[in-house]
Design a protein. Structure first.
Ligand SMILES: Cc1ncc(COP(=O)(O)O)c(C=O)c1O
Length: 378
């Protein structure tokens, strides 16, 4: 993917890659359904476009975190079953039900509120959440989970639509806590299935889905993997996943820098010998993290070049060497591939001491998301 004209900062999103990633995950799921998680604007990739691509790739459900995200997808014409994963206030609940979304519930008082807000002709569909060890949303008490489901079954305006849990350590392959959570969930899931055979039982996120067939149940909720990012933080290509997003900018200027001279705030870098520095017109205001200062590489003319000096809100400086072939208006790849070189979101995450989720989701709204200009060469 190479830009033909300079763009200050642009994220090229290949929705074809999202579709192919979903098809690959769906094939691994066999009879279980794929729920594509498109919260936080599709992990920074664009929620509506990715939702459509995920459905084309075989996803039959979508999930978001907030009622407003559900309403946005409905406004954009998305018609699939849609689950709101987050906790909801009364106002959120009203919005989520207007968007005909399924809801997560684990307390009877919330179920009662949902029963009151929902109307008889369109019951609120509740997914009861068991907290098997994540320690966030959900009840730790299986009896409470079953009570909420029974309440939903008895109420005219509710429906027990699912039972779910969420894993805390599925991405840590050596962690046995994953197996403990699965062992806590499985008997409750069996009882729930017996009582509500029409409901859908789901537990797995991307890493759980890839690591354990036993975690698939009726559906897996996959986010990070559908975007071609590695849930284990290493290399997505090892799982056959295609990264869908590239982050590009361009060389706004090239200037000579001599030893003793510095670039950027705080004067954190000075060259040991004469060199040239390229200035890119994007920065942490675009989500290119300041923690990458003096650490990350970008790609220009097919080669890795080191980010030098402190990353600013709107500028990044890069050492392009003496006698440089780099010219003003050259395309710069900050995430993505040029020729044989590739800078992945996972690489940036390691350098910035974070996770690929945050690298992708952190690309700010100031960066337009566009389809790739040139089709990817396989
Ligand atoms: C409840 C829940 N399920 C599924 C997911 C998707 O996780 P992943 O992106 O690791 O596939 C998330 C994301 O954070 C989540 O909060």
């Amino acid at each position: 993917m190479t830009a033909t004209a300079p763009a200050r900062a642009v994220a090229y999103v290949d929705t074809g890659a999202v579709e192919r990633n979903c098809a690959l995950l769906k094939a691994r799921l066999q009879d279980a359904e794929l729920c594509a998680v498109v919260k936080a604007d599709g992990y920074g990739h664009g929620a509506t476009a990715c939702a459509a691509a995920a459905v084309a790739g075989g996803a039959t459900w979508l999930a978001v975190a907030t009622a407003a995200e559900a309403a946005d997808l409905r406004r954009d014409g998305v018609g699939e079953r849609l689950l709101v994963l987050g906790a909801l206030t009364r106002a959120d609940l009203e919005l989520a039900l207007t968007a005909d979304a399924d809801l997560v519930a684990w307390r009877e008082d919330f179920a009662r509120l949902a029963a009151e807000v929902a109307s008889g002709d369109r019951p609120a569909r509740l997914h009861v959440k068991l907290d098997t060890g994540m320690g966030r949303l959900g009840t730790r008490d299986p009896a409470e989970a079953l009570r909420v489901a029974a309440f939903a079954q008895a109420a005219d305006t509710l429906e027990p639509a699912g039972l779910m849990t969420h894993f805390a350590t599925a991405d840590v392959l050596e962690s046995r806590f994953f197996d403990e959570q699965l062992a806590r969930f499985t008997p409750v899931a069996e009882e729930f299935r017996r009582l509500y055979p029409q409901a859908v039982v789901h537990a797995a996120n991307s890493s759980a889905m890839l690591r354990s067939r036993g975690a698939h149940f009726d559906m897996a909720r996959c986010g990070i993997a559908i975007y071609g990012l590695d849930p284990f933080g290493k290399d997505a290509l090892e799982h056959g996943l295609e990264p869908a997003l590239e982050l590009h900018s361009y060389v706004a200027d090239v200037k000579e820098v001599a030893p003793g001279e510095t670039v950027g705030y705080g004067r954190t870098w000075s060259p040991p010998s004469p060199t040239n520095v390229a200035v890119l017109p994007l920065g942490y205001g675009d989500g290119y993290r300041r923690a990458l200062s003096n650490k990350a590489d970008v790609l220009i003319r097919g080669r890795r070049r080191r980010v030098v000096g402190t990353i600013s809100m709107d500028n990044v400086t890069v050492d392009v060497g003496p006698d440089t072939d780099v010219r003003r208006h050259d395309d710069v790849t900050l995430i993505g591939a040029q020729d044989a070189e590739r800078v992945s979101a996972e690489e940036l995450a390691r350098l910035a001491d974070t996770i690929n989720f945050e690298i992708a989701t952190g690309i700010s709204p100031r960066v337009p998301r566009l389809p790739p200009i040139a089709p990817r060469v396989p």
